[in-house]
Design a protein around this ligand. Sequence first.
Ligand code: KG4
Ligand code: ZN
Length: 365
Amino acid sequence: MILSIESSCDDSSLALTRLADCKLLFHTKLSQDSHHSPFGGVVPEIASRLHAENLPLLLSKLTDFLRTLTPSAPLSPLKAIVIANRPGLSVTLSEGMCMANALALSLNLPLICLNHLKGHIYSLFIDTPHAHISGGLGVLLVSGGHTQILHMRDYEHITLVAQSLDDSFGESFDKVAKMLSLGYPGGPIVESYAAKHSGALLPMPIPLLRDKRLSFSFSGLKNAVRLEILKAQGITENGAQSIVEGGALEELRAQICASFQEAACAHILNKLRIYFERYGAHFTHFGVVGGASANAFLRAKIESLCHEFDKRLILAPLEFCADNAAMIGRLACEAYARRDFSPLNDTISPKSLAEDFLRDCGVGI
Ligand code: KG4
Ligand code: ZN
């Protein structure tokens, strides 16, 4: 079995995956949401300190589990140590990398360093031995750091088809929640506020509507939300003119969340429609992955698009949409089978939009 580590942002997670059939044997995770919530986003210094505290606790839990299997030598069934070392926050990746190096060196095991985004794709195959879709797999990755369309032929051939020019889908939910003082992470909060609203929507611009390029953009929509908030509160350049409170404030928040979510999802759907029309012949299955793939409103819309284009929709269980070590472990089964090991001096690569996937895949289908 292999031990995988995830620490690319604000989730510390460890997993054990059996190599023979890719079965997930153990998974544990500690999130940090309540620590970052007052700041409306992840504070890297807090995140790295919490990883330093949490990873040893998780390792001790995992060792307890292993002890139930082989009491005398709990770590002896391990065949490799796996870490998602790119892309992410450098200070949090480093915490996971330190633990991975320490384990690999002390146990004399191979180290496997993997791309976190590729890990999200393999969240679709957790607990399944086969990860190959012969007719091709189209993927929408929607997370806090990325919004991408990817095409997967097999483990070696994953290509980047489209990505965001600025903010990501998940990040835009986080920013909207922050502007409305709703806490972090914004995705689930904005989605639940949006679900409370059934009346008219505020007009919001749908990004890149007449642009036939396969690219995403969320910064303009984010600014439109900012302007709507100012307008709704009667705030001018000279300062506040009226204060919205109580029930009216809650209604306003729900209306803004619903209007924003509608426009953000319409943007995703418009671009997916172009992708399906242009490249539909290259895939039979379509997957949606990443933390924001938990959004039920988005899932329902993509489900009908897949139905319209006769594509089979595959989704990860909700538990494995957000960052987790189980998906890294599942991907690592493929790497291990190919002896795709990393040198011990392999290092972390922080987020850099232009490079994040290109180091690990090509462009185009
Ligand atoms: O994949 P993930 O856990 O971390 C990254 O790799 O970035 O994704 C986290 C992101 C956050 O931006 C969070 O607000 C967003 O996923 N998210 C959602 C929902 N649940 C989480 N966005 C929209 N709707 C949701 N229900
Ligand atoms: Zn992620």
